[in-house]
Ligand binder design. Structure first.
Ligand SMILES: [Zn+2]
Length: 451
C-alpha cells in the first residue's frame, strides 16, 4: 500500500485493536508523517545494547545443560562438558558488572530460574550453600539490576517442568525440552501459564522483570502465541506497563532488526497494551554458548573500523543489539568472550560518537512510544497523544521552527537551543540540514509542541 499502515488505519477508521490480532509488526517506515514530522532515535543517537543469555546464579548452565541436550540429540552435543567448570563465580560477575558499569554498558542479563534442573534460585541449589545463593542474588540486585534488565529464560532451559508438580517431565525427547518442540503447538494461555511460573520464581527471589528470553528454539514456530503469552505473563506477574521479550536475531544485511511493537490494543483506553519483540543483530561471536568455541572481534567491527556487522547496523540507524552467552563470556576462566566484548566496545566508540547504550526495556518503551503516539499538526502546534511516556523522545520536523515551546499538564516551557545534535538531551533542540530536531520527555497522554 502506498500510504503507511498507521495512516491507513487513521483515515479508514479501523481500530488499532483489530490490527493487534494479526500479530504483525507495524510498518517500520511508517513514522514519517505527511506533515513533515518524523520520530527519530532517542537524542538522534543509535541505541546499542548487549544481550546476555544463559546466565543465572552460580551454576554454569553449559556444564549442566549439555549432558541433558546430549541425551536428546547425542550426535549434536559431543562437547567435553566435563571440562567446563560447574560454577561461574560471583567474583567474575563482579568484575564484568563493574567494567560494564564504568563503560556505560546496558543490556539484558538472564537469570535462569531452575538452571538445568540443578536447583531453584528462590529456594536452594544443591552444591552451594544457602548463603552463597543469597550473596549471588544480592550481587545481581546491587550490581546488575541498575544497568541490566533481568529475564527468566523459561524455567530450566532444559527439561520442560510440569507446573502442577514442579518436577521435570520424565521424557528426554524434543517434545519435553524447553528449547525444542514443547512450545510450538501450545496455545497462548498454555505458554502464558508456563512463563508465569518462570517469572514468579524470579519475583520470589526478589528480582523484577519487564521481559523474558526464550531458550533456544522456544516459540520459534508459534510466534503470535508467544507474543500474546509474553504480554500476559509479564503484565500478570510484574504489572509491567510495556512487556518485551527476546526471541529472534538476524545477521543478514537486508533484514531489519528494528524492535517490533505487537499485540496492540486499547490505545485510547486508560489501559493501553502492547508487547515489544527486541531483535538481536549479531550471532554469539564472543565465546559461544558452550564456552568452548572462540569468537572473533572482526565479525563485529574490523581493526580498521570499516567493516563488520556492528558497522552495518549502526550505519543503518537501527538499534544494534549484540547477543552472547554467559559461559562463553567467562570461557572456562579464560574470559575470552569478555575480552572480545571489551575490544568491540573500544572499537565502536573509537568510530562513533553518537551511540546510546540502553536496556532492552528502554528500547521497548521508546519504540512503543515511537510507533503508537499519534501526532497531528494544527496551525503551528503539534498535538501528540501518547499511550506511553518515553524519555528523550526526539522528533525531526521539516518546518520553519522558532522558539519551540512544550506544553505538558498545563505547564509551558521553552526548549533550549543547542549547537548540534550531539548536544541534544531532554528539553533541547537544534537545527540540522534545514530540519529542526527536538528532544523532550514525552508524557503519557497529551503533549503540545508549539513553534
Ligand atoms: Zn539460552
Amino acid at each position: 500500500m502506498s500510504k503507511s499502515r498507521r495512516h491507513f488505519l487513521k483515515t479508514t477508521g479501523i481500530s488499532a485493536a483489530s490490527l493487534a490480532t494479526t500479530g504483525l509488526p507495524f510498518d517500520q517506515k511508517s513514522s514519517m508523517k505527511d506533515n513533515g514530522v518524523e520520530v527519530v532515535n532517542p537524542r538522534h543517537r543509535v541505541p546499542v545494547s548487549f544481550i546476555i543469555d544463559d546466565s543465572t546464579t552460580l551454576v554454569n548452565l553449559a556444564h549442566f545443560g549439555i549432558p541433558q541436550f546430549a541425551e536428546v540429540f547425542p550426535e549434536n552435543y559431543q562437547q567435553d562438558w566435563r571440562s567446563l567448570p560447574r560454577e561461574i563465580p560471583d567474583s567474575f560477575v563482579r568484575e564484568f558488572g563493574e567494567w560494564c558499569h564504568e563503560h556505560g554498558i546496558k543490556g539484558k542479563y538472564s537469570i535462569v530460574p531452575y538452571p538445568a534442573c540443578t536447583g531453584w534460585v528462590n529456594q536452594f541449589i544443591p552444591g552451594w550453600t544457602k548463603n552463597e545463593l543469597e550473596d549471588s542474588l544480592q550481587l545481581v540486585r546491587d550490581l546488575m539490576v541498575p544497568d541490566w534488565d533481568i529475564h527468566p529464560e523459561m524455567i530450566s532451559h532444559t527439561r520442560v517442568i510440569d507446573i502442577k508438580t514442579g518436577r521435570p517431565f520424565p521424557f528426554a525427547t524434543p517434545d519435553y525440552m524447553e528449547n525444542w518442540e514443547w512450545s510450538q503447538q501450545k496455545s497462548a494461555d498454555e505458554l502464558a501459564a508456563y512463563q508465569t511460573y518462570a517469572l514468579q520464581i524470579l519475583k520470589d527471589a526478589g528480582l523484577y522483570c519487564d521481559g523474558l528470553t526464550t531458550p533456544g528454539g522456544y516459540g520459534s514456530k508459534n510466534k503470535s502465541n508467544l507474543a500474546q503469552a509474553s504480554l500476559e505473563s509479564v503484565r500478570g506477574v510484574f504489572n509491567a506497563e510495556i512487556p518485551h521479550y527476546f526471541r529472534d536475531l538476524y545477521t543478514e544485511k537486508e533484514q531489519s532488526v528494528a524492535p517490533q511493537v505487537l499485540q496492540v490494543s486499547g490505545l485510547n483506553s486508560h489501559d493501553p497494551k502492547c508487547v515489544v519483540s527486541i531483535i538481536g543483530c549479531t550471532g554469539d561471536w564472543f565465546g559461544g554458548w558452550d564456552g568452548l568455541t572462540t569468537g572473533n572481534v572482526d565479525k563485529f567491527i574490523t581493526e580498521d573500523l570499516q567493516q563488520g556487522r556492528m558497522v552495518d547496523v549502526i550505519d543503518s540507524g537501527e538499534p544494534a543489539v549484540m547477543v552472547c552467552h554467559w559461559p562463553g563470556i567467562y570461557y572456562n576462566g579464560e574470559k575470552i568472550g569478555f575480552n572480545i566484548f571489551k575490544e568491540v566496545v573500544k572499537r565502536i566508540h573509537e568510530k562513533y560518537d553518537h551511540l546510546q547504550w540502553m536496556k532492552l526495556s528502554e528500547i521497548a518503551r521508546y519504540w512503543a512510544a515511537k510507533e503508537l503516539t499519534t501526532i497531528d499538526l494544527r496551525k503551528n502546534t503539534l498535538h501528540l497523544h501518547a499511550p506511553f511516556s518515553s524519555k528523550d523522545f526526539t522528533l525531526s520536523i521539516a518546518r520553519k521552527i522558532n522558539n519551540p515551546r512544550l506544553l505538558q499538564k498545563g505547564q509551558e516551557r521553552s526548549l533550549q537551543r543547542v549547537a548540534n545534535k550531539l548536544e541534544l538531551k531532554e528539553n533541547t533542540w537544534c537545527k540540522e540540514n534545514g530540519k529542526a530536531i527536538v528532544c523532550f520527555n514525552l508524557d503519557k497522554g497529551e503533549n503540545e509542541l508549539s513553534f
